[in-house]
Design a protein around this ligand. Structure first.
Ligand SMILES: *Cc1c(COP(=O)(O)O)cnc(C)c1O
Length: 361
């Protein structure tokens, strides 16, 4: 028997065990082809069925209407920091951003590098990014308004999205896509690197509305244009086929095993509540995000005695709990409790924290 740990990694992150088992089972012979999915053409019928199914599952799960296209692109969420302004900034109309932490800041930096007129319309920088400025000013002249729906590093999350009026909302949803239901209609574009909540690294999901595709400048290089991907069903060149295959299995797991986004949202709320309630009931631990802005995906916390941090992590590792070290820019701890992290994992973490406090508190 392989020994599996409770995995709280921020990304790449835990995948559902039954998905990994299916990948293992099909590894040498994909759907009776006598070949691995790693060895087949991206233009084969078998692979086309995989990518089509992944697209359909995304559409059903998020309730997307025909005005949206679902694309798979390489380059990570980080390439989207550049592709969004390259493709969607309109002449003489500034691009608006809300700065809620490291990833937002990187998106802002890329838009500036491209020479776009960037307006940071709201920020929580003065409070170490511990909260979400949920009601940013809306400027009707903006090309778009960009937000980061979940701040993986700081552990904050938009609980409701701003009403942008006629301005298209754009969101980096890398770390909370498919964790909850939301209304897609205000969004002109949504992007998410797969390796947090939907699959392996190497592929980025992009959901784009038709009116945004119409903005794409013709003179951009092919690989940097959304239209190249939409016109070729994400098969202009060789896509990261293995990553897309695993994403399809994860989406299937959400749809068919879990039962959809409402159910996964309930499960995620239950896990997050268990952990935050425990932390709040103690002087020994302290959650870093403001209660109204806390993420249900990444729970960031400190020890009242930072001198015990090393011991906390060592003891956690011994108890089979991994990935709890906070991001290097923030310190402390972070438990990433994405869709595939079980309630049992979170209960085991809380038991460990209780035990650690008894010993050292
Ligand atoms: C991880 C992460 C990124 C960076 O993703 P890459 O795929 O490594 O480029 C961007 N935004 C958010 C919110 C993230 O969590």
């Amino acid at each position: 028997m392989t020994q599996r740990v409770f995995n709280f990694n921020a990304g790449p992150a835990a995948l559902p065990l039954i998905v990994l088992e299916q990948v293992k089972m099909e590894m040498l012979d994909f759907h009776g082809s006598g070949m691995s999915v790693l060895e087949i053409s991206h233009r084969s019928k078998d692979f086309e069925a995989v990518i089509d199914s992944a697209v359909q599952r995304v559409r059903r799960l998020l309730g997307l209407d025909d005005s949206y296209q679902v694309l798979f692109i390489q380059g990570g969420a980080s390439l989207q920091f550049s592709m969004v302004p390259m493709n969607l900034a309109v002449d003489r109309r500034p691009v608006d951003y809300v700065n809620t932490g490291t990833w937002s800041a990187k998106a802002i930096k890329e838009a500036r590098t491209l020479g776009k007129e960037v307006r940071v319309v709201a920020t929580s920088e003065e409070a170490q990014f511990t909260f979400i400025p949920e009601k940013p000013p809306i400027n009707p002249d903006a090309s778009y308004l960009h937000i980061t729906s979940n701040n993986t590093i700081r552990g904050t999350q938009w609980k409701s999205f701003p009403d942008p009026g006629t301005v298209p909302l754009i969101s980096d949803m890398s770390s909370d896509i498919f964790s909850r239901r939301f209304d897609p209609r205000p969004f002109g574009l949504i992007y998410a690197g797969a390796q947090k909540n939907m699959g392996p690294a190497g592929v980025t999901l992009v959901i784009i509305r038709q009116d945004m595709l119409e903005r794409v400048p013709k003179e951009l290089p092919s690989m940097l244009k959304y239209t190249t991907y939409s016109e070729n069903k994400s098969l202009y060149n060789t896509p990261p086929s293995f990553s897309i295959y695993v994403c399809e299995l994860v989406l299937k797991w959400i749809e068919e095993t879990i039962g959809g986004l409402d159910r996964i949202e309930q499960m995620n709320e239950e896990k997050a509540k268990l952990l935050y309630d425990f932390i709040d009931s103690r002087q020994f631990y302290k959650a870093t995000a403001r209660p109204d802005s806390r993420s249900s995906m990444n729970v960031t916390f400190l020890l009242s005695d930072p001198g015990l941090e090393k011991e906390f992590l060592a003891g956690a590792a011994e108890a089979g709990l991994t990935g709890l070290k906070g991001h290097r820019s923030v310190g402390g701890f972070r438990a990433s409790i994405y869709n595939a992290v079980t309630l049992e994992a979170v209960k085991t973490l809380v038991d460990y924290m209780r035990h650690f406090e008894k010993k050292h508190g």
